[in-house]
Design a protein around this ligand. Structure first.
Ligand SMILES: NC(=O)c1ccc[n+]([C@@H]2O[C@H](COP(=O)([O-])OP(=O)(O)OC[C@H]3O[C@@H](n4cnc5c(N)ncnc54)[C@H](OP(=O)(O)O)[C@@H]3O)[C@@H](O)[C@H]2O)c1
Length: 287
């Protein structure tokens, strides 16, 4: 490895955030994009997907986000193929509670019996005895939220889950979850162009809960914002780097998980860990 590459700032430049008793660098990796198109089936080039995952870890990323529904099952399998036995300190967060009967469908299934089965599947595919962070993917309108969380809390007491997180929740649902079990993370849609979860982020800050913004780049869409392009040009950065730097500066509990199937984009995104925005730049981006 060339010296310049070895010395380039990696994910650690973003500082760290706590997930319960675990501490991870505040630039994670969302692994959803290493599956096939539409997050359905295997990637065209399996070895390339492995290379992206290994490169993320080499760049200092020590939190990877996945879910049993990505692929489905493919994403977790790729992670184990690329990275098991896992390096010390690598935290894998997976999720359960959604099913994929067809390519386009993402259906909720928050029934306790489904969550118990889903967790066993994730443990087997990831080759783990215990999941470091298990996130309930989304509240199921047909199952009381407390019933789903109660089942996960039991699995945590049984030693199969180290820490619990929730995803796609309101402030009220987060409060309900916290009455049932300790919650260390929330994963909601959030980026510079979509701040609909500002209230949930504020609740996370109050309670010292990590906030994992999904679509941190608006799935690529928010990179077209004129203000992002302006600040990027002035700073000699890219719009994606500015979008990620905005998230990092927005809150100390923020743990971005940008997704990509490309090594070039991965490297670009991780370099954002070292980009610090001035208050005037933050204000300009938020207008
Ligand atoms: N909890 C939930 O309900 C939920 C929902 C969605 C996602 N997630 C999680 O959140 C993670 C992040 O979300 P996401 O991957 O959907 O969206 P994202 O990170 O906002 O954007 C990813 C998209 O942007 C492109 N991209 C990445 N880096 C780029 C760069 N530097 N320049 C230009 N384009 C770039 C990627 O294409 P290339 O592959 O070509 O780089 C991909 O199409 C996922 O991987 C997943 O782990 C969770």
């Amino acid at each position: 490895m060339a010296r310049a590459e070895r010395d380039a700032p990696g994910a650690a430049a973003a500082g760290t955030v706590r997930l319960g008793d675990l501490v991870v660098n505040r630039m994670g990796f969302g692994a959803m994009r290493v599956c096939g198109p539409d997050v359905w089936g295997p990637p065209a080039d399996r070895a390339a997907a492995h290379r992206v995952l290994r490169r993320a870890v080499a760049l200092g990323v020590n939190f990877i986000d996945t879910a049993d529904s990505y692929g489905p099952e493919v994403d977790e399998t790729l992670i184990a193929e690329a990275l098991h036995p896992y390096p010390k300190g690598l935290v894998i967060g997976t999720k359960g509670g959604l099913v994929r009967p067809t390519r386009r469908a993402w259906d909720c299934d928050g029934r306790p019996e489904h969550l118990r089965r889903a967790l066993e599947g994730s443990l087997a595919r990831l080759k783990l005895e215990r999941i470091d962070l298990y996130q309930f993917h989304a509240p199921d309108p047909n199952v009381p939220f407390a019933e789903s969380l109660g089942a996960l809390s039991e699995l945590q007491r049984a030693g199969k889950i180290r820490h619990l997180g929730v995803s796609n929740v309101s402030v009220h649902e987060l409060a309900t979850a916290r009455r049932i079990a300790p919650i260390v993370s929330v994963q909601n849609e959030y980026n510079v162009g979509d701040r609909g979860s500002d209230d949930v982020l504020a609740a996370c800050e109050r309670h010292g809960i990590a906030f994992l913004p999904w679509f941190p780049l608006g799935a690529g869409q928010c990179l077209r914002r004129a203000s992002l392009k302006r600040v990027a040009k002035r700073r000699g950065a890219t719009p994606a780097q500015v979008a990620l730097a905005w998230l990092l500066a927005r809150s100390p509990v923020m743990l971005p998980i940008p997704g990509t199937g490309s090594i070039a984009h991965l490297e670009e995104n991780v370099r954002a860990a070292a980009l610090r925005l001035a208050p005037e730049e933050m204000a300009e981006l938020q207008r």
